[in-house]
Write a protein that binds this ligand. Structure first.
Ligand code: CA
Ligand code: CA
Ligand code: CA
Length: 211
């Protein structure tokens, strides 16, 4: 009787252990938002890309093959996002869930054949549980994109906002979001753990494997 109760207790306690939820890394690469060889107008409605929502103010999505020297120009051979002075870009998950940000690429750009150096991005992250984190990145006065890294405090975020002090370019924002576990997998997984719990508890009860 005692052993049976112990087994039930083990089963219940082990069944309550959550099935592990892994994080999927996603690179928001800005590809295909701007039409071929074109630049979008200033973006006024949200863009949905790779499971995330990009909301922008004073900025444009730019095709890699845009060749008009009269506007923003950057160089990494792919499509990117260009912000105007004090333009901002806000990132949230399309389903509103929490996420982490790992890194992003940015650089100074040309406007009307003039190189615009000393771009500074102020980045703010709203934490899903309340509070915020913030940091500042300054570019290297070189035309090539650079990669800026975030530390571990940039996790469990509900929103990240980038604000540039002058014209600049963003690309390849790398984020990580938990992968939802379907209900059937959850039930199967917890049931399996429960059964393993019975077997393990039975073994430790007698000190020897039952035959
Ligand atoms: Ca393109
Ligand atoms: Ca890109
Ligand atoms: Ca640069």
């Amino acid at each position: 009787m005692k052993a049976a109760l112990f087994g039930v207790a083990c089963t219940i306690s082990l069944s309550l252990i959550p099935v592990s939820v892994s994080g999927a890394t996603v690179t928001i690469d800005m590809e295909g938002i701007a039409p071929a060889r074109r630049i979008t107008d200033e973006v006024s409605s949200p863009i949905f890309k790779d499971g995330f929502q990009l909301s922008a103010e004073f900025g444009h999505f730019i095709d890699a093959d845009w060749r008009d020297a009269g506007t923003i120009r950057a160089a990494n051979g792919s499509d990117y996002y260009g912000n105007d002075t004090l333009g901002n870009l806000t990132l949230t998950r399309s389903d509103g869930g929490p996420f982490s940000i790992l890194r992003f690429d940015a650089t100074d750009v040309y406007i009307d054949s003039n190189f615009i150096p000393n771009l500074v991005f102020e980045v703010t992250g709203a934490l899903a549980g309340g509070g915020a984190v913030s940091t500042r990145f300054t570019t290297d006065r070189d035309f090539a994109f650079e990669t800026f890294e975030f530390d571990a405090s940039w996790s469990n975020l509900s929103e990240v906002t980038f604000v540039g002090n002058t014209h600049g370019a963003h690309d390849s924002i790398v984020v990580s979001a938990p992968v939802p576990v379907p209900a059937a997998v959850w039930l199967f997984g917890s049931g399996l753990i429960g059964l393993l719990g019975i077997a393990r508890c039975g073994t430790t009860d007698s000190g020897n494997r039952r035959v």
